[in-house]
Design a protein around this ligand. Structure first.
Ligand code: 2HA
Ligand code: ZN
Length: 271
């Protein structure tokens, strides 16, 4: 058996959480990541018959029965993942009944998966329905995106439009736009279901006055989506209080989307 510390999926989680921590997106225990693992990625690193613990999910995820995920731990700090992945991360398999998580590795201090596991697993189910290649769900608290939530209308069309206006490439990176949920209690099945519903139409969902969710095929795609929103929000926050002399026009955004061949939310432009 190979050492799981050398597994690419562990290295990727260590690097990504460290990167997000240093960007200031994941203070204290803020943020969580889950990545769906293919069985052949895990084979060779883990004995699939050795279940360390069984944890109740508190909801049903039957379509994910048997699927494997690497997930950040509840209450754990992104700051600490790099140095101690075995305490701060876990590999779980969804049980045959869809109601339990079987721990195969990690959470070695007796911990459990993120409190946002309902939002993560429901989001995986929703995204897989739209894109069978979706693998990653990521949540964090990026500073400027959050700041923008307090001074900009939390309306999907208006928020997406403002973000698209802030960087030339935004409409190309997230042509599907950004979904928005109002402030809701986090860690619940309700916010999980609401997030998953939004992720059927968007790969990005803002949780009003809390943070953001991203979903994608790879860690890079998902990180890149959130990074691009955060960059646009930063430009917005640097300029919102100043007179606006120039702006990218809607016809120019249309030109960009058409040139790069992306399927964009035409109803989010005012043409
Ligand atoms: O896990 O970010 O939304 C910490 C959070 C909850
Ligand atoms: Zn959060």
């Amino acid at each position: 058996m190979n050492n799981i510390m050398d597994a690419p999926f562990v290295t990727e989680m260590r690097r990504t959480t460290a990167n997000m921590y240093r960007l200031g997106w994941d203070e204290r225990n803020g943020g969580n990541i889950s990545r769906l693992l293919d069985e052949n990625e895990v084979a060779g690193y883990l004995d699939m018959n050795q279940v360390l613990r069984e944890l109740p999910l508190g909801f049903e995820a039957k379509p994910l029965a048997g699927r494997l995920f690497i997930v950040t731990g509840s209450g754990k700090y992104f700051k600490n993942v790099e140095d101690d992945p075995e305490t701060n991360l876990g590999v779980i398999r969804v049980g045959a009944d869809g109601r339990t998580a079987q721990l195969l590795w990690g959470y070695q201090d007796g911990g459990r998966p993120t409190s946002e596991l309902p939002a993560h697993l429901m989001s995986h189910m929703a995204r897989l329905g739209v894109d069978p290649e979706n693998r990653v769900v990521m949540h964090c608290h990026p500073t400027h995106t959050l700041a923008m939530n307090f001074v900009h209308e939390l309306d999907e069309k208006k928020l997406t439009h403002t973000l698209w206006e802030m960087c030339t490439e935004c409409i190309v990176v997230f042509p599907d736009g950004v979904g928005v949920l109002p402030w809701m209690l986090c860690g619940t099945n309700e916010i999980g279901a609401a997030t998953a519903e939004k992720l059927k139409a968007f790969r990005l969902v803002v949780w009003g006055m809390h943070g953001i969710y991203g979903a994608g095929k790879t860690m890079d795609e998902t990180f890149g989506l959130i990074e691009t929103v955060e960059k646009a929000a930063q430009i917005y926050m640097l300029t919102a209080h100043l007179p606006r002399l120039n702006t990218i026009q809607d016809r120019e955004m249309k030109e960009l989307a058409e040139f790069f061949g992306v399927n964009y939310r035409k109803d989010f432009l005012n043409l």
